[in-house]
Design a protein around this ligand. Structure first.
Ligand code: FES
Length: 106
């Protein structure tokens, strides 16, 4: 199972095993990782699952879709590494993925 490390805004690290086919958001919620609210349940319509992908992983996670880009406009402090975690599907290529959680969700 791919391992994903979530780094909270205060630096706390959570290393968890993720299920292939689930999303980075679902994996966080399932493991009780704080800071990802996911109000819309993964429908790409709330932007409260905003995360930063570690720069060494952005090429692997890929670009946000046009719809995701639009939603990211509502995320607080978004930057070029921002993604909506419900839109990142876990597969074996993401083993070792590092995700940073923003200070707050908009
Ligand atoms: Fe709502 Fe990701 S959970 S956009």
């Amino acid at each position: 199972m791919p391992k994903v490390t979530y780094i909270a805004f205060d630096g706390t690290k959570y290393e968890v095993e993720a299920k292939t086919g689930s999303t980075v958001m679902e994996t966080a919620i399932k493991n009780g990782i704080p800071g990802i609210e996911a109000e819309c349940g993964g429908a790409c319509s709330c932007a409260t699952c905003h995360v930063y992908v570690d720069p060494q992983w952005t090429a692997v996670t890929g670009e946000p879709s046009a719809m995701e880009e639009d939603m990211l406009d509502f995320a607080q402090d978004a930057n070029e590494t921002s993604r909506l975690s419900c839109q990142i599907k876990i597969d074996d290529n993401l083993d070792g993925l590092i995700i940073r959680i923003p200070e707050s969700q908009a």
